[in-house]
Ligand binder design. Structure first.
Ligand SMILES: O=C(O)[C@H](O)[C@@H](O)[C@H](O)[C@H](O)COP(=O)(O)O
Length: 266
């Protein structure tokens, strides 16, 4: 059970005593959204980031979810990807494949990873094309207010610098408004070449979760949730504000320790 769960400026904060409790609740959250989406639309289009969140999804591969989730209706995408071969240890595809896809019966043809044999620029363009085709056939829904894809769920990790996806503070990609998928070749976090969903796509999703654990994320979580002070740049994590969707932050106590008014007494 969450030590603290409350709404702050339209986003729900779920704060857990430890990572194990967080991952139990996180699995339940994803499974519930999958059920709702499959009931409403017949499919569940989910986009994943890399980093520690993939391990935090681990409980989905166990009972009861391994049997109760309708895996055949899942479509998998990457919010951001490092432009390396799919077999490379830096690949987010490999991370998700080893930690998740290899453990649940998701249809191979429903797994949409990037083209790893072209430049970052071309990979971003190709990936946007793939997404456009799937929006046309409504495997991915479309936003009611702009022409952006409306993923059923986007999962984001957050770096200690407040980056989400491969949108980094003070980087021009963070301000990209036209493309759905863009690329960078100078990522402050290695490896340098990446493709990433842009902010308009992230904020058009029906549901977005930001997951942050550990003390190294405390300052960025505080700034993203409580607002920037004069000494801070605008953090990408702060700009995650779905226009018509629901936003939930999953934090452990260490990551939530600097959030104003976080109540750990429940
Ligand atoms: O490919 C990447 O680097 C990720 O998609 C990135 O956005 C990640 O989610 C955060 O850096 C948080 O990573 P951790 O949870 O491992 O700190």
């Amino acid at each position: 059970m969450a030590l603290s769960g409350y709404k702050k400026d339209g986003r729900e904060l779920r704060i857990f005593e430890n990572v194990d409790e967080l991952s139990c609740n996180f699995a339940e959250y994803i499974a519930e959204l999958s059920e709702v989406s499959i009931k409403e639309r017949g499919v569940f289009a989910i986009a994943l980031s890399g980093g520690s969140l993939v391990k935090l999804m681990g409980k989905l591969c166990e009972a009861p979810y391994n049997k109760t989730v309708d895996w055949a209706k899942w479509y998998i995408f990457w919010v951001d990807e490092r432009v390396v071969a799919k077999s490379h240890t830096d690949s987010n595809y490999k991370l998700v494949k080893d930690g998740f896809l290899s453990k649940v019966p998701i249809v191979h043809g429903h797994v949409h990873s990037i083209n790893d044999s072209v430049t970052a620029e071309q990979a971003a363009e190709d990936y946007e094309f793939v997404i456009r085709q799937l929006v046309k056939t409504r495997v991915i829904s479309v936003s009611e207010i702009n022409d952006c894809p409306k993923f059923d769920l986007i999962l984001l990790g957050m770096g200690p610098d407040g980056h989400v996806a491969s949108l980094f503070p003070n980087h021009p990609a963070f301000n990209e408004k036209e493309q759905w998928v863009t690329f960078i070749t100078d990522s402050p976090k290695a490896p340098p070449e990446r493709i990433t969903f842009t902010l308009p796509v992230i904020n058009s999703a029906a549901n977005v979760a930001v997951v942050a654990t550990g003390a190294s994320k405390a300052e960025a979580a505080h700034v993203a949730i409580d607002g920037a002070g004069p000494d801070y740049p605008v953090l990408p994590a702060m700009m995650v504000q779905p226009i018509n969707g629901e936003l939930v932050w999953f934090l452990d106590i260490a990551a939530a320790s600097k959030i104003e008014g976080a109540n750990f007494s429940e």
